[in-house]
Design a protein around this ligand. Structure first.
Ligand code: HEM
Length: 533
C-alpha cells in the first residue's frame, strides 16, 4: 500500500511542522490568536502550505509556488464552476493551479500535457480520496459506490457489475431498445397531436427514456412503465438529496431515502423471482451473499448507475439536440448519412430491427460515421461537470513543471481540456489529415464533428475527457454510446430540430444556451422545436 493511502486525508499533524518543538508557549499563543483571528480551516491551510513549501512541493524547480485560487471551492466548483474555471484561467494561464476543498489543496489540470503527466505513469496506482473530499453527507449518499472506491473493493464491485454493462450486453439490447425508443417517439408524437411541429424543453424530454433503458439493464423486464414512474420519483428525491449537499436547501429527505431505496430493490428482486423473470440486480445480489461486495456497495452502485448518471446522460442527449439545432448543415449531413445507412426507406426503426440485414445495428456499431463523430464532438464541447471528482497518485509527480506530492488530489477542468488542446486549434502548418476540410475558423470552440474523420482515438487520448482517462473508465460507456446514437437516428429520421426562443446574453464558454442552476451537473435549460419531415 502506498504511503499516501496510509494518510488519505493528507492531513499533516501539527508536530510535523516542527513548530511545537521550540518555545511551545509562544507558538501555542500565536496559534490560538490565529485561530481566533482567522479560523481553524484557514490555519490548517497555512500550516499545510508551509509544510509543503518546506519540502519543495507545489512549486517549480526555481522555487516559484503554483498559482492558487483563494477561498473555498467545495461547492462553488459545481454551482459556479464556469466562473471558477475563468478565474483559474486568468490567474494561471496554461499552468496548473490549486483550489481549496476544505483543508485539501487540489491541483487543477487544464491542458493535455498536465493530463498526460498525471495519467500516463502507473495510473493503476491512482486512488479516489475518501468521500471524494466532499465530506460526511456525500459519504452517506455515495461513499461506498464504485466511483469512490479503491483497491480490492473497487475491483470486486467492477467484477460484479461490468458483465451487465459490457459492449456485448449493450448491443444485446437492440430489440428492447427498439421497442422503448418507438414508445418514446409515439408518446412524443401523441403529445403533439396533429401538429406538424411542437416545442419541448430539451432536458425534460430526454430524461425518462435513458432512465427506463438503464433501469431495464439493472432490473430486467420486471421494470414496468409503472415502476419507472415510481423510480423516477426516487430519482427526484435522489437529485434533491445530492443538491442538498450544497448549502442551499434543506436536508429533510436524506434519512428516508436509504430505507426506501433498499426496500425498492428488495421488492424488485422478490417480484422478478416470483414471476420467473431475469433480473441482473438479483443475480448481483448473490455476490453480496457470497461476501464479494457489501450490500451497501451493491445498493449505492445501482443508485450511482441509475440516478447520478441519469442527469449526465439526459444532459448529453439534450446537448445533442441543441448542438444540431444550432448547426443545421451538420444536422442535414447527418440525416442524409442516417437515411443512406438505413436504406433510405421510411420504415420504422422497430421494423428494421426485425429485418435480416439489420441495417440499424450495423450502422450503430460502425465507428467511422458522422453519427459517431457527432456524439463525440457534442460531448467534447459540453462537459458533464465543470470539474471532475478528485483522484490522487500514489507517487510524487511533476505536473506542468510543478512538484506534486503523492496523495495530493488532482481534478480536471473538463471544458478547458476539451477545447484548449493544440490538437483542436489551428496552427499555421498543421498536417492532421482529418482537418483537411477545416478552415482556420475551426477552433476547439467550434462544433465540427467532421474533425474526427480519420483521427485515431490515440491521437486525442490526452486532449479530451469523455468516459475516463486513466485505469478507471465509466461503467455505462457502452450503454451511453448506444443510447446517444439510437436517439439521433430516431429523432432525425422523423424530425428537423431547431432552437426555440431567445438565446441568452451570457455564454458559458462553448455553451450558449441557458443552464439550470439546481444541478450538480452541467444541464441545459432550452426549448427545442421538433418539425416533422
Ligand atoms: C454520456 C454519458 C456519460 C458520460 C459522459 C460519463 C462519464 C463518466 C466519467 C468521466 C466517469 C469517471 C471515470 C473516472 O473515474 O475517471 C464515469 C464514471 C462512472 N460512470 Fe459514467 N458517464 C456517462 C453515462 C453513464 C451511464 C449511463 C452509467 C450507468 C449505466 C454510468 C455509470 C458510471 C459509473 C458507475 C461510474 C464509476 C466508475 C468507477 O469509478 O469505477 N455512466 N462516467
Amino acid at each position: 500500500m502506498p504511503a499516501a493511502q496510509e494518510n488519505p486525508s493528507g492531513f499533516i499533524p501539527l508536530e510535523l511542522t516542527g513548530a511545537l518543538s521550540t518555545r511551545p508557549m509562544i507558538v501555542l499563543g500565536l496559534l490560538a490568536t490565529l485561530v481566533v483571528v482567522l479560523n481553524w480551516t484557514a490555519v490548517q491551510r497555512m500550516l499545510r502550505k508551509a509544510w509543503l513549501r518546506r519540502h519543495g512541493y507545489l512549486q517549480n524547480y526555481e522555487g516559484k509556488p503554483i498559482p492558487e485560487v483563494k477561498g473555498e471551492s467545495r461547492f462553488s466548483r459545481f454551482s459556479h464552476g464556469y466562473e471558477l474555471s475563468r478565474e483559474g484561467s486568468k490567474l494561471a494561464g496554461d499552468e496548473p493551479y490549486i483550489i481549496w476543498n476544505g483543508t485539501h489543496p487540489e491541483v487543477v489540470l487544464t491542458q493535455a500535457e498536465h493530463v498526460r503527466e498525471f495519467y500516463s505513469k502507473r495510473s493503476q496506482e491512482h486512488f479516489k480520496p475518501e468521500n471524494a473530499n466532499m465530506g460526511h453527507y456525500f459519504g452517506r449518499v455515495m461513499g461506498v459506490c464504485a466511483g469512490v472506491q479503491n483497491g480490492a473493493v473497487w475491483k470486486n464491485i467492477r467484477k460484479v457489475f461490468d458483465p451487465y454493462f459490457s459492449y456485448k450486453s449493450a448491443m444485446g439490447f437492440s430489440e428492447i431498445f427498439a421497442t422503448e425508443f418507438k414508445k418514446w417517439m409515439d408518446d412524443l408524437a401523441s403529445q403533439a397531436g396533429r401538429k406538424s411541429e411542437f416545442v419541448v424543453e430539451a432536458t425534460t424530454v430526454c430524461t425518462v427514456l435513458p432512465f427506463k433503458l438503464i433501469a431495464l439493464a439493472c432490473y430486467g423486464p420486471a421494470m414496468t412503465d409503472k415502476r419507472v414512474l415510481l423510480t423516477t420519483w426516487f430519482g427526484r428525491k435522489q437529485r434533491s438529496r445530492l443538491f442538498n449537499l450544497l448549502p442551499t436547501a434543506s436536508k429533510k429527505d436524506m434519512d428516508t431515502f436509504e430505507s426506501d431505496w433498499k426496500q425498492f430493490n428488495f421488492f424488485m428482486m422478490r417480484e422478478s423471482e416470483a414471476k420467473g423473470l431475469p433480473c441482473p440486480a438479483r443475480e448481483m445480489y448473490h455476490d453480496v451473499l457470497a461476501g464479494t461486495i457489501t450490500e451497501a456497495n451493491w445498493l449505492q452502485t445501482i443508485d450511482e448507475i441509475l440516478f447520478t448518471n441519469l442527469d449526465v446522460t439526459s444532459a448529453i442527449l439534450a446537448f445533442l439536440l441543441i448542438n444540431l439545432s444550432i448547426n443545421q448543415p451538420v444536422q442535414q449531413e447527418l440525416r442524409a448519412e442516417i437515411l443512406e445507412s438505413l436504406g433510405a426507406s421510411p420504415t420504422t426503426v422497430a421494423d428494421m430491427i426485425d429485418s435480416n440485414k439489420n441495417p440499424l445495428e450495423a450502422y450503430i456499431r460502425k465507428t467511422d460515421t458522422l453519427l459517431e463523430y457527432t456524439c463525440i464532438e457534442s460531448g467534447r464541447l459540453c462537459p458533464a461537470v465543470w470539474f471532475t471528482l478528485p483522484e490522487y497518485a500514489g507517487a510524487d509527480l511533476d505536473i506542468g513543471g510543478y512538484r506534486v506530492p503523492a496523495g495530493t488530489s488532482c481534478i480536471i477542468d473538463w471544458a478547458r481540456l476539451n477545447t484548449e488542446s493544440r490538437l483542436w486549434n489551428p496552427e499555421p502548418n498543421r498536417d492532421l489529415n482529418n482537418m483537411e476540410q477545416a478552415g482556420p475558423e475551426v477552433t476547439g470552440r467550434v462544433f465540427y464533428p467532421q474533425r474526427f474523420r480519420g483521427m485515431s482515438p490515440t491521437t486525442y487520448r490526452w486532449s479530451m475527457l469523455r468516459f475516463g482517462l486513466g485505469g478507471r473508465q465509466c461503467i455505462g460507456k457502452n450503454f451511453a454510446a448506444r443510447i446517444m446514437k439510437q436517439f439521433l437516428v430516431e429523432v432525425l429520421t422523423r424530425y428537423r430540430v431547431e432552437l426555440d426562443g431567445e438565446r441568452p446574453v451570457k455564454q458559458w464558454g462553448t455553451i450558449n444556451v441557458e443552464l439550470r442552476e439546481d444541478r450538480f451537473t452541467v444541464m441545459p435549460k432550452q426549448n427545442v422545436r421538433f418539425v416533422r419531415i
